[in-house]
Design a protein around this ligand. Structure first.
Ligand code: NAD
Ligand code: AKB
Length: 311
């Protein structure tokens, strides 16, 4: 990331954006958070932007002399199944708009996240490799996979310095997640503190790769700071920290709230979860830009409960 770059963040009001904007400001950028939704509280330099409005995005790049774009706006997996055509348009048309703007205005860097959702039922489930079968079963996964291929294409053909992470399910206490399959791993902490009980929509033994938000934000900043020549992956890097099942996260919570109880009521999100990997091999990220996670399940649980109790 360049010092004092003018940075546009799309989808900045979401789970990642609301934490990433502060982190980007800390490394001395002038950050323009944008979202289709106006923020609840006034936010410095906020711009209202629907990422499907190509002309407005182009005007913003020119008017604010944007040098880097973090393109977070998306429709996540569960919401995507409810409105597949909207997910296709928001998740893919906007990626092409960002990549075209990056090529036209020779932006320094762009970050376009992907997801473990690019994998599907045919993918090896354990320690899923960086390069393997990607045959996603959700519209969200299809858009993310196509987006990854476009990133790689713009890097190769148009010299765009595009960087990407296949985030696992992210858990944080600052913002509620926006309609994904892994959201249960956030909801469970809120309900454990409020009700002492959680009805879980994922089966007790379905493991998914997960990460605590401070690790995810640091990974994003570190990837953007990595020297370009170190990076061999211009589609999207596998990224990993921990994997757990609902039963295991419940056991971790019980260490702090012994009376906590959980019931399992799987719905369509359980079907999605079963198509995703149980764990991820992120050795390329560890080797090429020195990725190291800090939080495991118990450390995350302790921090989540401590912070949510104070809310
Ligand atoms: P989120 O759902 O919390 O936030 C997405 C934001 O995009 C929302 O604030 C929403 O208002 C905005 N948005 C939706 N449609 C828009 C439009 N047309 N124009 C402008 N803004 C629009 O999502 P998130 O969890 O912050 O995810 C950010 C990115 O990271 C996404 O690309 C997502 O696929 C990816 N990702 C997230 C996770 C996770 O666990 N949170 C995991 C893997 C990948
Ligand atoms: C979702 O569940 O849709 C996201 C993701 C893993 O991409 N959290």
């Amino acid at each position: 990331m360049n010092k004092r770059a003018n940075v546009l963040v799309t989808g900045a009001g979401g789970q990642i954006g609301s934490e990433l904007v502060a982190a980007l400001r800390e490394v001395n950028n002038i950050v323009y958070p944008s979202d289709i939704r106006a923020p609840e509280n006034p936010q410095e330099h906020f711009l209202q932007l629907d990422v499907l409005d190509k002309e407005r995005m182009r005007e913003i790049v020119i008017e604010y002399e944007i040098e880097e774009i973090f393109h977070l706006a998306a429709i996540l997996s569960a919401k995507g199944e409810e409105n597949p055509m909207l997910a296709w348009r928001v998740n893919l048309e906007s990626v092409l708009t960002v990549l075209e703007l990056a090529a036209e205005f020779k932006l320094f860097k762009v970050f376009i996240p992907s997801s473990i959702a690019v994998f599907g039922l045919g993918t090896p489930k354990d320690n899923t490799p960086q390069n393997t079968i990607t045959a996603p079963d959700t519209v969200y996964g299809i858009t993310k996979l196509a987006g990854e291929r476009w990133c790689n294409y713009y890097y190769n053909k148009k010299g765009v310095d595009v960087r990407s992470l296949r985030y696992p399910g992210l858990v944080g206490y600052k913002t509620l997640p926006g309609g994904g399959t892994t959201d249960y791993a956030v909801d469970i902490y809120h309900k454990a503190l409020k009700d002492g009980h959680y009805d879980c929509y994922i089966s007790k033994d379905v493991a998914m790769p997960m990460m605590y938000m401070p690790d995810a934000i640091r990974a994003t900043v570190e990837l953007l700071q990595a020297p370009p020549d170190n990076l061999t992956v211009r589609s999207s890097y596998n990224l990993s920290a921990m994997s757990f099942t609902p039963e295991q996260i419940a056991a971790s919570i019980k260490k702090h709230i012994p009376t906590f109880t959980i019931d399992y009521k799987p719905d369509f999100r359980d079907d999605i979860a079963r198509t995703w990997p149980s764990s991820i091999d992120d050795s390329a990220a560890r080797r090429e830009w020195n990725w190291r996670h800090e939080y495991d399940l118990d450390k995350m649980t302790e921090d989540m409960l401590m912070n949510l109790e104070g809310v």
